[in-house]
Design a protein around this ligand. Structure first.
Ligand SMILES: C[S@@+](CC[C@H](N)C(=O)[O-])C[C@H]1O[C@@H](n2cnc3c(N)ncnc32)[C@H](O)[C@@H]1O
Length: 228
């Protein structure tokens, strides 16, 4: 059987601005865009990006919880992941992070920055949303970014969930949706990518796969881009 992280639920693990910048090739995204971070969880992208002058709103179902509750859950999820990593270390490329300890330190830094920002800006910046439905207005954002949510968890989020979530993102986003990665937890291209690319509901849109300059899980170095 292929090795993979053994997770009971979708984990509360957060990435940094620098990782998002590389995963989504953000060099062509200007500061006047209005960006939605979809299922942003405890990532520090929203906090760091806003501090740099970008306009980012974060959205996740956990934002109904108190910061202290989120802090406890993500410390425990990080522990679960870090404990499993020595046995599956060969599924990852160790150059962005040089070892498990530096990965752990980065992930802790990300979630602590998130918690501070969440305490400061609350639900004005961190909006509780349970996809596939969101309360945002039509075309409220110009670009939506989906990191480590769709495709990765194909074993628990089925095609219907993916389809409905992408349709909702197309409703609330005026220009473009980017999704990274497009592999499952085994590091294999998700079986939901092709059905989505050829679904007649998405025919009016331009859908492509682009290689990016970030690869931590081996083989996870592409994003899906949907243009309106
Ligand atoms: C692995 S984390 C990714 C966090 C962030 N995007 C990143 O890459 O650092 C997955 C996130 O998906 C969120 N999530 C799971 N199901 C969701 C749903 N139906 N609606 C909104 N968020 C959801 C979880 O709460 C969690 O924060």
């Amino acid at each position: 059987m292929d090795k993979q992280l053994d997770l009971k639920n979708i984990v509360l693990i957060g990435r940094t601005f620098d990782e998002y910048y590389r995963m989504f090739a953000l060099d062509d995204v200007l500061k006047n865009e209005t960006i939605l971070d979809v299922a942003s969880g405890v990532s520090s992208f929203c906090a760091e990006a806003n501090a740099k002058g970008y306009n980012v709103t974060a959205s996740d179902k956990i934002y109904t919880c108190a910061p202290s509750e989120i802090g406890q859950k993500c410390a425990s999820d990080l522990d679960t992941v870090i404990k499993q990593l020595p046995d599956i270390a060969d599924l990852y490329v160790w150059d962005y992070f040089k070892d498990i300890q530096s990965l752990k330190a980065q992930r802790e830094k990300a979630y602590k920055s998130f918690i501070e920002d969440f305490k400061k800006h609350g639900r004005r910046r961190y909006v509780p949303v349970e996809y596939p439905a969101a309360d945002f207005a039509h075309d409220q954002f110009t670009i939506s970014l989906v990191s480590h949510f769709l495709f990765l968890y194909e074993d628990r989020l089925d095609y219907s969930f993916h389809r409905r979530t992408v349709l909702e993102l197309l409703r609330i986003t005026s220009k473009e949706i980017r999704v990274f990665p497009i592999v499952n937890l085994k590091g294999k291209r998700s079986s939901l990518v092709e059905p989505l690319m050829y679904d007649t509901d998405f025919q009016p849109f331009q859908i492509s796969i682009k290689k990016v300059g970030y690869e931590f899980m081996k083989g996870a170095n592409e994003m899906l881009v949907i243009k309106k």
